[in-house]
Design a protein around this ligand. Sequence first.
Ligand code: PMP
Length: 448
Amino acid sequence: MTDQPSHLFYQSRNPRPFLDRGEGIYLFDQSGKRYIDGSSGAMVSNIGHSNPRVLAKMKAQMDKATFGYRLHFRTEASENLAAKTAQMMPEGLDRVFFVSGGSEAVESAVKLARQYKITQGEDSRWKVISRFPSYHGCTLGALDLTGYDPLTQPFAPMMRGMPKIPAPATYLDRDNLTEHERGLKYAEMLRDKIVAEGPDTVLAFIMEPVGGASTGALVAPDSYYGRIREICDEFGVLLIYDEVMTGVGRTGRFLAAEHWGIIPDIVAMSKGFGSGYAPLGATVAGSRIVEPILDAGGFQHGFTYAGNPMACSAGLAVLEEIESEGLVANAAAMGDVLIARMQGLMARYPFIGDVRGKGLLTAFEFVSDRDTMEPLPVGLNAFSQLVERAYERGLIIYSRRTRGGAAGDHFLLAPPLIITEAQIDEMMSILTDSLDAFAADAGLEVEP
Ligand code: PMP
């Protein structure tokens, strides 16, 4: 297809080339140029592109039926996907509500929490505490939980203004605490906030177990996770894990929560759940939460496309692929390789201030000074400049500039979970060339 005036718009005009096809970790544009999908799109394509086994299973479903409205029919695809999801989730998270994306999964989690508390006679609870910075979606309800000013400010008058606590921005913290103490310090901020708001008004706390676009793969100290669970239990506040990005193997466990042995009350998932084969997400909870709602007349919420057989056949094929190919274990192993390679770059590039992540959700962050962690000057536009240098060379990475709480220019490397060590080396070689080009343009020092 040639360039012609476009009737389509997104956040901005789209100058990118036309996509032709995908294959494993690679994407090809219509000129035949190859790109390593180093960010799985937006941390979506966990099983890689154009997997023939998945396509065959989807095709088999499509040949039979692409849509059957859930109030008119049950479908094997949705029942089987719900059962498979329950089997792969931690114990007790076995009731599944399907949606078509991450924002819908978060909205559904919050509304499920609210309806559950109503069944318990706790109608006074409606506040959902979240963190700053954070990202939970762009629909108005999910946006109200999101801590990222450029996205929220234009719409602030249209939202309630849900209470926020700081996300653990631990590497920027200049206190003299141990990691363990620092984790507890940030967790206590939740307790203080619940008390200040009035415990009987607080419905839930929502958090990304590993930061995504918001903080750039920031992992809290281990002590944080358990203490947050205790605090929620102390006040009867439901704990919602937003695993839209971290779920389905991305961090080297099926859910990131498993790293800390946490069982959240409700989990929101999407992205890797459909892995780019279908718009799909899920809100998952235990029967303890779901049954009282069903007994009381049902969940007053639902999207038209929920549980459609086409998307569910894709989701089931994706989970089968994750399982049969051992992709969760591969994400853990390859994540270690990737982090080590990224740490290796720090010797050459003094402006890489931090390397972090879990499994194949990793990031590095730019600074002008490693001691002070001062960000690079805004005028350098590092976050977009490096992305462009990499894109020219056939590597896709994902960046944000979100200082103001946690992170400056950070770059997510989150390739499909099928990646091999040789492919990581290929990716790092393009990244090194791109960093050299970026540094030369920006006038930044590089060690020989
Ligand atoms: N929560 C998290 C943690 C996310 O990363 C995202 C998407 N980046 C969302 C929610 C929203 O998902 P979607 O864009 O599919 O609505």
